[in-house]
Ligand binder design. Structure first.
Ligand code: HAM
Length: 411
């Protein structure tokens, strides 16, 4: 028997309604906020990700699914959606259209991670990117969209924000942090020793408990912001407060991507006793230019559907409108024309392809969460009527085809 690859999952029909619920809610709010859908390739040139996400990030250094195609090109399965969306923005000249360009996507991403609760090697994100706005109003609208989706889904989680400044602020801070880390060199984990050489800021993102304790006492990045970044961050906080979007500031939130500038944020909650991000994003003002476009300020976020589904309240699947139940000598081929007629009326109806016994058909209707059953037996066939039973109330009535359609369409 073949098994699915490690870290991947089958999402089975019994829970699919939960996924549809999240996707529909996200699409609904995206449309209200003027975001338009974009679909980019599942794989891209490897350099796109190394350039944007950053060589020293965990994603690029450890987690990418990279392969050479038959033409000798190095390609990588998309580990995240921002790089592809920005590449498409530049390559297709979307910058020539009025700005901001507000793009959203619902896509699967691939990261070679250690599988555990809420962490998989293939995961799905709803992502939203606002390209072309430097003002803190873009952070406000972006976070307004994210929190509206979460609220619509009945999920109440903590929003944590920080500012990691511009490359200039980070240059100064990296020096200060490297000095601090140097004094504690022997206590650092192997990853942090590597990060100290390549990108000291990444050390703050370390999941190692001992390192984490060290960073809690380290100098804070927000104290090293240049005046422009400092004002920007204050303005973001002022706007969020004025619009009653709750947040806390975590000065150690840095996020694992090189493309971020100024504001970064995460939606966090506990899972199995560990703090986990259910969504994350931030501003990335230099990425468009780094990928060959004109300077374009941007903000975006990704919500992780594989994690959010774990927090989603119980919801009932949207079952079929009706199941046809054949009784007596009646065969499926005789009742199939009614199935067709009802489907043509826009109703979700199941016949009896399997030619089951009466009892088995009732069980099947129940399994499919049908609201009604339509019984067609010898008496119904001879009398030209149908027996309609409402499975929610148990009420039964004899009806004509016209009445049947009318009742089912009123559901
Ligand atoms: P990210 O924080 O890497 O950001 O991913 C966003 C969300 O995807 C995470 O908060 C998490 O819920 C989910 N996620 C990430 N990795 C996994 C995994 N291995 N298994 C399950 N869920 C996962 C980004 O990807 C950025 N592109 C977001 C962004 C958009 N920033 C600006 N624009």
């Amino acid at each position: 028997m073949y098994q699915k690859p490690k870290g991947t999952r089958d999402i089975l029909p019994a829970v699919m309604h939960r996924w549809h619920r999240m996707e529909e809610e996200a699409r609904k709010h995206a449309a209200r906020f003027g975001y338009r859908e974009i679909r980019t390739p599942t794989f891209e040139e490897t350099a796109l990700f190394t350039r944007s996400v950053g060589e020293s990030s965990d994603i690029v250094s450890k987690e990418m699914y990279t392969f050479e195609d038959k033409g000798g090109r190095s390609l990588t399965l998309r580990p995240e959606g921002t790089a592809g969306a920005v590449r498409a923005f530049v390559e297709n000249g979307l910058f020539n259209e009025p700005l901001p360009q507000k793009l959203f996507y619902l896509t699967n991403n691939f990261r070679y991670e250690n599988p555990q609760a809420g962490r998989y090697r293939e995961h799905t994100q709803f992502g939203a990117e606002c390209l072309g706005i430097a003002s803190p109003l873009a952070e406000l609208e972006s976070l307004d969209l994210a929190t509206s989706i979460l609220k619509g889904l009945g999920i109440d989680i903590r929003l944590v924000i920080n500012s990691i400044g511009c490359p200039e602020c980070r240059k100064n801070y990296n020096q200060v942090l490297a000095e601090y880390a140097g004094k504690h060199h022997d206590e650092l984990c192997e990853d942090c020793k590597r990060r100290l050489k390549t990108n000291p800021l990444r050390m703050l993102d370390c999941k190692n408990e001992k390192c984490h304790q060290l960073w809690e006492k380290a100098p804070k990045l927000t104290e090293y912001l240049c005046p422009e970044c400092k004002i920007h961050f204050e303005e973001v906080q002022k706007l969020l407060k004025a619009n009653k979007i709750d947040f806390t500031v975590d000065s150690f939130l840095v996020r694992g991507f090189d493309y971020y500038t100024k504001t970064v944020f995460e939606f966090q909650a506990s899972l199995d006793g560990k703090t986990l991000a259910f969504g994350g994003g931030g501003r990335y003002d230099n990425l468009v230019e780094e990928l060959g476009g004109k300077p374009t300020a941007c903000v975006g976020f990704g919500l992780g559907l594989d994690r959010l589904v774990l927090l989603l309240p119980e919801i009932k699947p949207n079952g079929l409108d009706a199941c046809i139940i054949n009784a007596g000598e009646i065969k499926a081929e005789q009742t199939y024309p009614l199935v067709r007629t009802l489907r043509e009326q826009g109703l979700a109806v199941e016949g009896n392809l399997a030619e089951r016994s009466f009892k088995a058909q009732l069980k099947y209707a129940d399994k499919l969460c049908a609201k009604y059953i339509i019984i067609i037996g010898d008496a119904e066939s001879a009398g030209g009527f149908y027996t309609l039973k409402d499975l929610r109330t148990g009420q039964e009535s004899k009806v004509s085809q016209e009445k049947l359609v009318k009742i089912l369409k009123e559901i």
